[in-house]
Ligand binder design. Structure first.
Ligand SMILES: NC(=O)c1ccc[n+]([C@@H]2O[C@H](COP(=O)([O-])OP(=O)(O)OC[C@H]3O[C@@H](n4cnc5c(N)ncnc54)[C@H](O)[C@@H]3O)[C@@H](O)[C@H]2O)c1
Length: 357
């Protein structure tokens, strides 16, 4: 097996009730999921497969890195031989597949566009096929609300058509099709989730919330794409972890689950709230000084309104109020911005100037 970074003294495969493979576990959302799984399921072995891309940090896993039911393996989901060997050696029962190229802005840059197709579509195909051949009992594919494309007023439910409008969302939608086909063809028990935007600690500061927080904490202006009137629904990481644990326990094979919230705000409103919180000002003119409007993305969906009744019927609903989640997040970045060696790079203006617009 290539590059096993650290093998834990964790006993033979048979000594755990289940062996769970989580991909992308050194990234944002999956690191929170792994910490909860390792702590809440001591009889489950949690195996984190991550290639440690620029946005990953093993610091995200420090609270559990020495636990006997946790193991980190560095590797690439696109390497089919390696993935096959990993399934053979680790006797995987359940897969939670988070690993992906996730930065929408980057997906518009022509030099990176095919990397999104390669990792998100081909990598997912490799993984689901290997999981199928290994007779895994549940394969959870983590997708996104962005597969629906934007909408001003129509609320998407799980049967709404996929109409992605950017290369990232297109690759996630295409990967969904591959995953779903294993259910249609073989009744292989796949479950797909589509989540709203997630925020909280551990997120590489290229995405809007940690980027604005980090810019302001470094006395730099929030850079707003276009008008900033686009609205986004934001879920706190702890709520999303609960959603994934719910899907793990109760998600039905072949089903798709929206993981959403009715809480939404525009990007301008988000910037203003963060300025008030971090710069401790209520003055309109002072607030404006911390805002910079830059060129918009080639396409920027206005809203992703979603119905999440299916998740509600499994007993899940978001609990963390925005005011509480955002305060915790701001505090976390004050102490942990340097968890990534290249964090400063994430704060640079994005190349959305021609030829990308
Ligand atoms: N962040 C959000 O708001 C959000 C919302 C909806 C859905 N999602 C989905 O959730 C998943 C996780 O998102 P995130 O924001 O935590 O991502 P992230 O960018 O923080 O982390 C992705 C992780 O995947 C790893 N990775 C990338 N390519 C890999 C490869 N070829 N092999 C192995 N590992 C690889 C990276 O090293 C990184 O640790 C993604 O599939 C994303 O599409 C995210």
């Amino acid at each position: 097996m290539s590059a096993a970074v650290r093998e834990e003294p964790c006993g033979p495969p048979g000594s755990f009730a289940k062996r769970v493979l989580v991909t992308g576990g050194a990234g944002f959302i999956a690191s929170h999921v792994i910490v909860s799984l390792v702590e809440d399921y001591p009889d489950y072995m949690i195996i984190n497969l991550d290639k440690l891309d620029y946005c990953a940090s093993l610091k995200n896993l420090e609270p559990i890195s020495n636990k006997r039911n946790y193991k980190f393996i560095q590797g690439d989901i696109c390497d089919s031989h390696f993935v096959k060997l990993l399934f053979e050696m680790e006797k995987i029962d359940i897969v939670l597949h988070f690993a992906a190229q996730t930065h929408v802005d980057l997906s518009f840059v022509r030099a990176f566009e095919f990397e999104f197709t390669y990792v998100n579509v081909y990598g997912t195909h490799v993984l689901v096929n290997t999981a199928y051949e290994a007779r895994v009992e549940k394969f959870i594919y983590v997708s996104t609300d962005e597969v629906y494309g934007g909408s001003l007023d129509q609320e998407f439910d799980e049967s709404s058509p996929k109409q992605p409008t950017n290369p990232y969302a297109s690759s996630k939608a295409a990967a969904e099709c591959f995953v779903q086909s294993y259910w249609e063809r073989y009744k292989f028990p796949v479950v797909i989730t589509r989540s709203s935007n997630v925020y909280g600690p551990h997120q590489y500061p290229e995405k809007v919330i940690p980027k604005f927080i980090s810019l302001l904490q470094h006395d730099r202006k929030c850079c707003i794409h276009g008008s900033g009137l686009q609205r986004r629904n934001f879920l706190y990481a702890a709520d999303v972890v609960e959603a994934f644990l719910t899907v793990l326990r109760k998600g039905e094979p072949g089903e798709i689950y929206n993981i959403g919230t009715s809480f939404e705000m525009s990007i301008v409103q988000l910037a203003k709230e963060l300025i008030q919180l971090i710069k401790e000002t209520n003055s309109e003119s002072e607030t404006e000084k911390w805002v910079d409007y830059v060129n918009d993305r080639p396409h920027n969906d206005m809203r992703y309104p979603m119905k999440s009744e299916k998740m509600r019927s499994l007993g899940w609903k978001p609990k963390v109020p925005w005011e509480e989640g955002i305060k915790k997040t701001v505090e976390w970045y004050r102490e942990n911005f340097h968890n990534w060696k290249n964090a400063e790079k994430a704060l640079e203006p994005f190349p959305v100037e021609p030829p990308f617009v």
